[in-house]
Design a protein around this ligand. Structure first.
Ligand SMILES: Cc1cc2nc3c(=O)[nH]c(=O)nc-3n(C[C@H](O)[C@H](O)[C@H](O)COP(=O)(O)OP(=O)(O)OC[C@H]3O[C@@H](n4cnc5c(N)ncnc54)[C@H](O)[C@@H]3O)c2cc1C
Length: 472
């Protein structure tokens, strides 16, 4: 069985890896000259650095398993410091513990992050009548109804923003914090619901205390290359600079046209962002294409800067801070890469690397500014937040236009409709950040499911010559 995988981001490469395990012959077609998509290894001041995604959730297995399968098991590295912070109400304050995506079990843990009035409002949850969540609800809307807007604006929003670069008042609770959604359906009090989620999580996780996130020595950006090498060693043909412009059904199989060349296959895994998937599916499944076209994306920019330690009056502590959008700052987060990753610090003891992120869904005007402006805006905010006045010895701006798909209320139903429509096209499966989660492990999981579904369609297709199967 020959399978074409369209898209050489982590989803496409993970799909290729699973297809090869299943015995398929695989061709990966990636439009850009580089594999990896949002995983992007770069350099600054001669040091390796991630210019895209930099860590993955370690509380689910898919990312770690793929890294190990690609020979990077020994390179997995947890963050060196767990100390995160929020720049809120005029100060950089320690990130509270004991919350689920910013929603606490006990409002007292938010002291300082929200005002005394905000704390008092959150405590009203215990007395308020039930808030119906229905089939889905926006995280911000529900949490604000229970605990007040301050909790949303000062903690939930920046945390969710860190994942989706989105708007908490639009993001689906069912899609983004499913455990909380299920608990909120059962419990009247949200504080009780969070307590239940925490208890269940603790009970189901005997290894509690292990790292929540994991990085890779040398950068997360190494993962796509390592997976690609493993796939090539298993016989995969991986082509870059091969944008697929057309996808057609041919009898029992498929034809893809990439850079003017035609390729035939028994099956296709489409691992591209939703707008590209919509274009390729327009003639094959107009209904699925129309749904995919409606998936919106947020754009952002990362400003990575390297400082000489001797230029810093005080070396910043912790792994960085989040910034609530409500405060109207230019940056929405800063990560102190040298503090966060041992591998980063080990490269050059005289260097301090940090990055800021700018832009989020609905607030993308800042991205019209040129690179030099984004550096200056970042430095201005860093000066105010942590008193950093030094000039960087190097800076790099990485623009992620259409970087993160948005999961508004109803997203999961949309994805279900896409999959239902595509079921009419045997031997075709979709995967990637637009469907079942934007994080790396979720993308890998969706890739494995897509790969398994086309492998399965192959095993159904093979006995097609037999009279019984032919009648189906
Ligand atoms: C700035 C940023 C930081 C992030 N940080 C983290 C993080 O720390 N941890 C985490 O878990 N997640 C993070 N994410 C999210 C995560 O990195 C992405 O959701 C994930 O990498 C998406 O992988 P993908 O393969 O589905 O899509 P992509 O990475 O977008 O890959 C799709 C590929 O398809 C190619 N393509 C498009 N059209 C065609 C075509 N017609 N023909 C052929 N190829 C095509 C593209 O060039 C691209 O390479 C971050 C995202 C961004 C933008």
């Amino acid at each position: 069985m020959h399978v074409i995988v369209i898209g050489g981001g982590i989803s496409g490469l993970a799909a290729a890896h699973r297809l090869l395990e299943g015995g398929a012959r695989v061709t990966v077609l990636e439009s850009s000259p580089r594999l990896g998509g949002k995983l992007y290894a770069g350099r600054i001041a001669d040091a390796a650095v991630d210019l895209g995604a930099e860590s993955m959730l370690a509380r689910r297995p898919e990312g770690l398993d793929l890294a190990r399968a690609a020979g990077l098991g020994d390179a997995l590295q947890p963050p060196a410091t767990g100390t995160a912070a929020v720049w809120t109400r005029g100060e950089v304050r320690p990130m509270p513990t004991g919350h689920v995506m910013g929603v606490p079990a006990d409002p007292a843990v938010l002291a300082g992050i929200v005002s005394p009035d905000g704390l008092a409002r959150a405590a009203e949850d215990a007395e308020l009548p039930r808030t119906e969540v229905g089939e889905d609800v926006a995280v911000g809307e529900y949490v604000a109804a229970r605990l007040g807007r301050e909790v949303v604006d000062r903690l939930v929003e920046p945390l969710l923003g860190g994942v989706y670069a989105g708007d908490a008042y639009r993001i689906s609770m069912r899609a983004s914090v499913p455990a909380l959604f299920e608990a909120a359906r059962r419990e009247r009090s949200l504080l009780d619901a969070v307590r239940g989620v925490q208890q269940r999580a603790a009970a189901g996780r005997p290894e509690q205390g292990g790292p929540v996130f994991m990085g890779i020595e040398g950068g997360m950006g190494r993962l796509p290359g390592a997976v690609a090498d493993t796939c090539r060693a298993a016989g995969a043909d991986i082509r870059t600079g091969a944008p697929v412009s057309e996808l057609r059904r041919t009898g029992s199989g498929w034809t893809a046209v990439a850079a003017g060349r035609r390729l035939e296959a028994d099956a296709v895994v489409l691992a591209v962002p939703a707008p590209a998937a919509a274009r390729l599916l327009a003639g094959l499944s107009p209904a699925a294409a129309a749904e995919l076209e409606r998936i919106e994306y947020a754009s952002m920019a990362l400003v990575t800067m390297a400082f000489r330690r001797r230029d810093l009056a005080r070396v910043p502590e912790g792994r960085g801070f989040l910034v609530p959008a409500t405060d109207g700052r230019a940056i929405k987060a800063s990560t102190f890469s040298t503090n966060k990753w041992r591998w980063n610090a080990a490269q050059d003891p005289g260097l301090f690397v940090l990055r800021t992120s700018l832009g989020r869904y609905g607030e993308e005007e800042v991205l019209d500014r040129d690179d030099a402006d984004l550096v200056e805006l970042s430095l201005g905010d860093l000066r105010t937040a942590i008193g950093l006045t030094a000039r960087p010895v190097a800076s790099t701006v990485t623009r992620w236009n259409g970087g993160l798909p948005q999961y508004p209320v109803g997203h999961l139903d949309r994805v279900a409709r896409v999959r239902r429509d595509l079921a009419a096209l045997p031997g075709l499966a979709v995967c990637g950040a637009a469907y079942d989660g934007v994080g790396i492990p979720a993308c890998i999981a969706s890739a494995r499911t897509a790969a398994e579904s086309v492998l399965h369609s192959g095993s159904r297709a093979r006995p097609a010559a037999a009279p019984d199967a032919a009648r189906e």
